[in-house]
Design a protein around this ligand. Structure first.
Ligand SMILES: [Zn+2]
Length: 497
């Protein structure tokens, strides 16, 4: 701790005075002072702490900032929306980036409100190694090319060697594991998935999978998407993280969760994740949104909302037009009906499973008829997204803690902060200092009102920020102060393996 010699010993830079402090690792749930010095938590004490500055947080909860393992919001605007949802670390692990260094370099050069990090992108590496497409370009290019058939083809031996080599380079650069969106190239061989898993296992880092289609949905799938993850964990020893289980499992979610329980019972390492919404969002050109594929997921073209205009394609012909004209355009896909209690229950059971963490799947923002301006705030009305981008973590606190009483406040906080830190810390040492309110840990802290904290974003008003957060600190620096976003705060630092 840096301390000025002129100050009495034990004086902190500032103290959060008298809040209800929650620390999921130790179970601490008590009124205490939290001292912060030089970006770290310098003390947690039931006795009053002395500090240069005091922030009165009596009546509010002080908790570790949320660690989002699934955020495709890479820019300042997206980070700001997530900051107002209690997030202090936003990691893109499912899609990731390749070359990963490109993403770290851009974020460092521009500055970010939140801590950031990326896995190695199997998809982007494959776009180059198998598809012959240019390497890199970030998530915008990856989305634009997501539906391109060239990268989804079966690769020959030489191409797969090149693919693994690109991933190896990304891992050497500090990528947080390998993101495998195999559900977007569902005809690849199961052997390739195993080889990629083996590579991740050899570095002790996880895979993060958007699963391949389930056997119930696609009878001729090369392998059931859940079985594939289970098998990789068992055969390679990899820690396989199963992204947004309900969004790819839909009405088969219970079967998938049971299978993952079996894998864990047999010593395999799998973890599961969910977000609290029934709709998905992805590029409209995605292979599984081809008109002939919709029936197996029990949806129609009109269940898809093309974000740039809000249009619901009336029929297959119109959907085909949109896919051809703007394959990377984002679309909300109403897979499960949130007004149907049976459908809602699939999401609830997966999210409430003791082994699940909360991951938002926050999306890049769509700027309707206009160019993106990620520094604009408040966001203009022509910016749209999936409500999960702005509201996931606060929706969990509102719905599952306050309205349903299905989670304790401590459990909800744990699934959003400490549990992700614990999943990652074996391969990402900095995670041992996150997700905790303990002396010596990073001062990534949130202060919120448990009685009013709430999401505000809906499918109609998708970028309304969540409410209830008095302070959001990233490395001790306020990103939100007294409920107001700090527009010049860019304290986010890189999280690397
Ligand atoms: Zn996904």
């Amino acid at each position: 701790m840096t301390q000025s010699a002129a100050l009495p010993f034990g004086t902190h830079d500032f103290v959060l005075r008298g809040g209800r402090v929650l620390d999921p690792e130790t179970g601490l749930d008590a009124v205490a002072d939290v001292g912060v010095t030089a970006g770290m938590i310098s003390a947690v004490s039931r006795e009053p702490l002395r500090a240069l500055r005091t922030v009165d947080v009596r009546g509010l909860v002080v908790a570790p900032g949320f660690i989002d393992m699934h955020s495709h919001s890479h820019d300042v605007a997206g980070h700001r929306l997530q900051a107002l949802d209690g997030v202090t670390t936003a990691l893109d692990l499912e899609a990731g980036l390749s070359p990963v260094e490109e993403g770290y370099r851009q974020a460092a050069a521009e500055g970010r409100p939140l801590n950031y990090g990326f896995s190695a992108s199997w998809c982007q590496a494959r776009m180059t190694a198998v598809g012959g497409l240019p390497h890199g370009g970030g998530i915008a290019v990856a989305l634009a090319q997501l539906g391109h058939p060239a990268w989804q083809l079966e690769g020959d031996g030489r191409q797969l060697d090149a693919l693994l080599e690109l991933l190896r380079q990304d891992l050497a650069a500090g990528a947080l594991g390998i993101g495998i969106v195999v559900g977007y190239a569902p005809r690849i061989t199961p052997e390739e998935y195993l080889a990629v898993s083996r590579l991740a296992a050899s570095t002790g880092r996880p895979t993060y999978t958007h699963a391949r289609q389930l056997i119930e949905v696609e009878k001729d799938t090369p392998i059931d998407g859940a079985q594939e993850i289970a098998r990789a964990a068992a055969e390679t020893g990899v820690h396989a993280h199963y992204c947004h289980v309900p969004s790819t499992s839909l009405r088969h979610t219970d079967r998938v969760m049971r299978l993952m329980e079996d894998v864990c019972a047999e010593g395999g390492r799998v973890s599961t994740e969910a977000y609290p919404y029934g709709a998905g969002m992805t590029a409209i050109g995605a292979s599984f949104l081809a008109p002939e594929k919709l029936g197996s997921a029990n949806i129609e073209p009109s269940d898809i909302v093309y974000a740039p205009t809000g249009e619901r394609p009336a029929d297959a012909a119109r959907l085909l037009e949109l896919r051809a004209a703007d394959p990377g355009g984002l679309a909300i896909v109403h897979f499960l009906d949130e007004n149907d209690p049976n459908d809602r229950a699939f999401v609830d059971r997966a999210l409430l499973h003791p082994g699940s963490v909360i991951g938002s799947d926050a999306m890049p923002l769509t700027w309707m008829n206009g160019t993106a301006d990620p520094m604009a705030w408040p966001l203009p009305p022509n910016v749209v997204t999936h409500p999960r981008t702005a509201g996931t973590f606060s929706k969990v606190l509102r719905r599952y803690v306050r309205e349903l009483g299905a989670l304790t406040l401590m459990d909800a906080v744990a699934r959003s902060s400490f549990a992700p830190a614990r999943l990652l810390q074996d391969s990402v040492p900095v995670m041992r200092r996150k997700g905790r309110v303990q002396a010596g840990c990073d001062a990534d802290l949130i202060v919120f009102d448990p009685d009013t904290v709430s999401d505000q974003a809906t499918y109609e008003q998708s970028t309304r920020p969540s409410i209830g957060y008095a302070h959001v600190l990233v490395g001790g620096v306020p990103v939100v102060q007294d409920g107001v976003l700090c527009l010049d705060a860019l304290p986010g630092t890189a999280v690397r393996a």
